[in-house]
Design a protein around this ligand. Structure first.
Ligand SMILES: [Cu+2]
Length: 128
């Protein structure tokens, strides 16, 4: 059962491709084999370009590992604990091949918003 709901996904229009660093991030030939359960909790789809965002409200106590399907080393975990007070929003940045922070603790009903700040395409895809 899908317990997560995607709030929004906006992609900045007409942002010029800007490759940062020497990571070869525009390559997509280093994909890990995708898990059959990829995206069970959430999947952003392609977040092309600087400024693309994706948000999820977490509604259940659990740890949710996720990754970028384009970059094998680009992984993160959202650790969700019991609801506490007023729900808040958390920001996760997306660098060339990294989520910042890679691990994040939130409470039930909190929102996590990822923003691609790297100028190369990424995804935010739950591993299970
Ligand atoms: Cu990526």
């Amino acid at each position: 059962m899908l317990l997560y709901r995607s709030l929004q996904m906006t992609i900045a229009a007409a942002v010029p491709a800007l490759v940062i660093g020497a990571f070869g991030c525009s390559k997509k030939d280093n994909n890990p084999p995708n898990s059959p359960t990829d995206g069970t909790h959430f999947s952003s789809g392609n977040m092309a370009g600087n400024g693309a965002t994706f948000s999820v409200v977490f509604t259940k106590v659990e740890d949710v590992p996720y990754h970028c399907i384009y970059h094998s080393g680009m992984t993160g975990v959202i650790s969700v604990s019991a609801a506490s007070g007023t729900p808040t929003s958390h920001a996760v940045g997306m660098g060339a091949v990294i989520f910042i922070p890679a691990t994040l603790s939130v409470h039930v009903n909190d929102t996590v918003k990822w923003t691609n700040g790297s100028g190369v395409p990424h995804t935010v895809t739950s591993i299970n």
